[in-house]
Each structure stands twice: as structure tokens, then as C-alpha cells.
Design a protein around this ligand. Structure first.
Ligand SMILES: [Zn+2]
Length: 346
């Protein structure tokens, strides 16, 4: 009997010990669960937050890419600075981020007194759900995009008339780029050995003559022309087709009140896609004097012309389609004649 009692007592002690351990285990499980749930909650919250930065990045990219088409901008031209900032803000808003301020738009890379780069910062406070347990109510996330100008080295829509690199360099050096007179259809005195060159170029090398030339003058050449391309000189002065083509282009402007008796596109305000703006090749003469070598491209805004081979217009700095070298504006002057490509640079 004594033995039985002792055994019973031992069993009870054992029981208590087991209960005790079970209690400890429960506490450990409970604590682990809270810890695991906490980590899980953080992972879910952070995951959702970072997933949402894709939208932020898209909005920043869209803003720099759309507003960047207004580059380059004179650093002192506050109206244009406001305009490009407003444009970036409105594109970010269209992409779901309506809270940008002018301080989120940063213009930079000044070259020759002009901004050639735009940065847009898109910030966002993402509310936390589970992480609130740890006292984290919001997570501030920032995304940015940068677009810069780079001189165009390949583009479409080029006109079959241009000017020499020598002349363009001299105009840039003396800042003689507005309301200038260019002549065409008049024998160029420069290439003495090329008496049949009147400034017209055969862009496809097929010798298509006046009908091709007329289309290229009016609409631009549909194919791509690149720096380094060798173009044939068109024989014949082409005064008639050039004059008619430029008249058509001038009349086709539909911007800035052109349709209601206004001036249309001028150097003060212009739409880069306007037919009044002609993309012209800047070239040097080939060794054989029958060809020219493309050195770059310029944009020329038609202002006036006479029917005997003189046109007046202004060179513009603007963005166009095409490919660029990736070089910054002003970094090496080769091939930089004011026509640029806009590229995302970060
Ligand atoms: Zn226009």
C-alpha cells in the first residue's frame, strides 16, 4: 500500500511536470506565431508597396519623355521653364500621380545657356496595413526618371536640300541662325570642280529626277539618312519643284492660329512636327565632287521665299525622331547642329 501511494504521488508529479511543459510549449508556439505572422505581414505590406513603384516609374518615365520634347530651353526663359514643368506635372497626373509640384521637376545639363536635361521625381506615401502593428503607418517611396538631348545621327523625313558644315559652323559660331537667307538652284561657287551642283541632293541614289525630288521637298524622304551617308548631287537646279514644295509646306501649318489668319509657327512658338520645319542635312563635299557626305542634321523653319531661288528662315533647336550618338549636348561639337533625339538616361 505504501508503495502504491508512492507510485501515485510520482505519477501526479510527472503529470504536473508534463502540464508545465505543455504550457511552456504553448507559449513558445504562440510567440512564434506572432513573430511569423509579423514577418509575413511586413513581407506582404512591403511587397505590395514595392509592386506599386512600377506605376510610379511609369509615370516618371512618361513625364520626362513627353515634357522633354520641349527641350532645349533657354535658362533665362522663365515662361518656357514654367511650361515644361507644367507639362511634366500634367503627364504625371495623367498617369495617376496628381500631386507633383514644380520642385519635383529639375532641369539640368546646361549647354550654351540652355537646359538639355529633365529629371522628374515621383514620391509616394504607401499606407501600411499589417506593419502598423510595429508602428509603421506609412512607407515613403521615391522613383525618378531622367531624359536628355543628344544630337541626332540618323533620322527620316530629310529634305533633299541642305548646307555645308563649313557654313553651318560659321553661323553657329557667329550666332547668325535666325532670319537667314539660303539660296538654292543657283550654282554654288564653293565646289569649283562641280559645275552641275545647284544644292539639290539625290537622297535615294536612284537618280529619280524631278518627281522624286518634289515629294522629298514637300514631305521629306521616307527612308533613313545617317551621318556618314554619301549622297549623290542632283544635276539640274530644281528651282520650280523647290519653290512649289516650300509653298505647300508653308501653307500646311495648322498651328498657332494659322487657320484663322494668325502667324502660325514662328521662331517664338512652333510645333516640332509642323510642315514648315524642314530637316536638312549638313554635309561636306566628297572627294570626287559629285557626292556629299552627311555630317549631321539641322532644323530650318521656313519664313519666306522668292521664286528665283532664295529662301528665308531660321534654324531651330528641337527634338525629332531618329537615333542619336548618346553623347550629351556640347560634349564634342561634331554633328551637333540643333536637331536632337530625346533619350531616357537613367
Ligand atoms: Zn505649324
Amino acid at each position: 500500500m505504501k508503495k502504491l501511494c508512492a507510485l501515485l504521488r510520482k505519477t501526479r508529479q510527472l503529470r504536473r511536470l508534463i502540464d508545465q511543459e505543455q504550457g511552456d510549449a504553448l507559449i513558445i508556439v504562440a510567440v512564434s506565431m506572432v513573430f511569423i505572422m509579423g514577418i509575413l505581414a511586413l513581407v506582404i505590406d512591403l511587397g505590395l508597396a514595392f509592386l506599386s513603384t512600377g506605376e510610379q516609374q511609369k509615370a516618371a518615365d512618361a513625364a520626362v519623355y513627353s515634357a522633354g520634347r520641349l527641350l532645349p530651353i533657354e535658362t533665362g526663359n522663365l515662361t518656357s521653364v514654367d511650361q515644361i514643368k507644367d507639362s511634366a506635372i500634367s503627364y504625371a497626373s495623367l498617369n495617376g500621380f496628381p500631386d507633383l509640384t514644380p520642385d519635383d521637376i529639375i532641369l539640368g545639363k546646361i549647354s550654351n545657356g540652355q537646359y538639355t536635361e529633365i529629371r522628374v521625381n515621383v514620391d509616394k506615401s504607401v499606407p501600411m496595413y499589417f506593419a502598423k502593428i510595429f508602428g509603421i503607418d506609412y512607407l515613403d517611396l521615391s522613383r525618378s526618371a531622367v531624359a536628355k538631348l543628344s544630337p541626332v545621327i540618323r533620322t527620316t523625313g530629310v529634305a533633299p536640300i541642305g548646307l555645308t558644315k563649313e557654313e553651318m559652323d560659321a553661323r553657329i559660331a557667329s550666332n547668325n541662325l535666325t532670319h537667314v537667307t539660303l539660296k538654292y538652284g543657283i550654282q554654288n561657287p564653293a565646289p569649283d570642280d562641280s559645275p552641275s551642283f545647284f544644292g539639290a541632293l539625290d537622297l535615294d541614289g536612284q537618280g529619280g529626277g524631278a518627281s522624286d525630288y518634289r515629294i522629298w521637298i514637300t514631305q521629306g524622304y521616307a527612308g533613313e539618312i545617317s551621318v556618314g551617308d554619301v549622297l549623290l548631287e542632283e544635276s539640274g537646279n530644281m528651282v520650280g519643284p523647290t519653290y512649289q514644295g516650300f509653298e505647300e509646306r508653308y501653307a500646311a501649318c495648322t498651328h498657332f492660329g494659322a487657320l484663322s489668319g494668325g502667324d502660325g509657327c514662328t521662331t517664338e512658338h512652333f510645333e516640332p512636327s509642323c510642315p514648315r520645319i524642314v530637316k536638312v542635312p549638313v554635309y561636306s563635299y566628297g572627294a570626287d565632287k559629285k557626292t556629299v557626305v552627311v555630317e549631321g542634321f539641322a532644323a530650318f523653319l521656313l519664313e519666306n521665299q522668292t521664286n528665283d531661288g532664295y529662301i528665308t528662315g531660321s534654324f531651330l533647336n528641337m527634338v525629332t525622331n531618329g537615333a542619336s550618338s548618346g553623347m550629351n549636348v556640347g560634349e564634342g561639337t561634331e554633328g551637333d547642329f540643333g536637331l536632337y533625339n530625346l533619350i531616357l538616361s537613367e
